[in-house]
Design a binder for this molecule. Structure first.
Ligand code: CTP
Ligand code: ZN
Length: 164
């Protein structure tokens, strides 16, 4: 609606971008963990804007991440559904949204989270990349390919927040 659009523009916190990717409707407070999942450190040179706890009609509050000059692929981005299942990915070209989709958890998650079973082979000295099957999205349940350990959302967050 026009009124909503005007209200949004009055309260716009981060400028529109010309080219790149906008990740919108991120669970409030999770923008930094989303950047971590995407492997964006800030040292790649792209202009990255982060807005946290922005008022949002649908969710109450949300985070937004804007990455200029880089179009993230679906495969890269879908993994953020681990912490931000309602996020939308907007690809921007010449200031226009040319693609928009909701993130969707992939069936298999590789590398980004560590199995919390200390006896798991992925925690030994063997160079084995962690791999999990998504067996339930809500509530989140991942199963380790190697030891069968079930990881729930809190375990996933514990793993993501560990020092790397
Ligand atoms: N956006 C941007 N730069 C642009 C175009 C859009 O940063 N050149 C941002 C908007 O600020 C918004 C997101 O990309 O955060 C999606 O834009 P748009 O589809 O225009 O907004 P909505 O219709 O509100 O999106 P939705 O329906 O997904 O909430
Ligand atoms: Zn394991």
């Amino acid at each position: 609606m026009v009124e909503e659009r005007e209200a949004e523009e009055r309260t716009l916190r981060v400028a529109k971008i010309r080219e790149g990717t906008v990740i919108d409707h991120i669970t409030a407070g999770y923008a930094l963990i989303v950047l971590r999942i995407l492997g964006i450190t800030g040292r790649e040179g792209h202009t990255v804007s982060v807005a946290m706890n922005v008022p949002s009609g649908k969710l109450g509050k949300k985070d937004i991440v804007k990455i200029e000059g880089r179009e993230l692929s679906r495969e890269e981005v879908d993994r953020i559904a681990l912490v931000a299942p309602r996020a939308t990915i907007n690809i921007i070209r010449d200031y226009q949204v040319v693609e928009k989709h909701r993130v969707k958890l992939p069936e298999v998650i590789k590398n980004i989270i560590r199995c919390l079973n200390p006896a798991c082979i992925t925690n030994s000295r063997e160079p084995i990349e962690p791999m999990f099957y998504v067996i339930s999205e809500e509530p989140l349940k991942l199963k380790c390919h190697y030891c069968g350990r079930i990881m729930e959302r809190q375990d996933v967050l514990t793993s993501l927040f560990e020092e790397q």
